[in-house]
Ligand binder design. Structure first.
Ligand code: FES
Length: 82
């Protein structure tokens, strides 16, 4: 059985299964977006395989991380409006 880990997404702490992608964690937290475009439009995961770059979020202080390509780690801090 997979381990459960805790990540913080903006102001919410959630529990996910180890191996869950950051993009999936963002969506599972009830958020539809991972970031905003330069003109303020909500953007979120589209391809789910690292090609479109629409899922970029801040992960542990690193901006523009493709969230669909990164597995969650225990204690990870994810920001969707950074
Ligand atoms: S969803 Fe397309 S790069 Fe992540």
């Amino acid at each position: 059985m997979p381990d459960k880990i805790t990540v913080k997404i903006d102001d919410t702490t959630i529990v996910v299964l180890a191996g869950t992608s950051v993009a999936a964690a963002i969506l599972n937290s009830g958020r539809a977006k991972a970031r905003r475009s330069v003109i303020g439009e909500a953007r979120g995961p589209l391809c789910g395989m690292g090609i479109c770059y629409e899922c970029r979020a801040s992960v542990d202080g690193v901006v523009h991380v493709r969230s669909c390509m990164v597995p969650c780690a225990d204690g990870m801090v994810i920001e969707t409006d950074a």
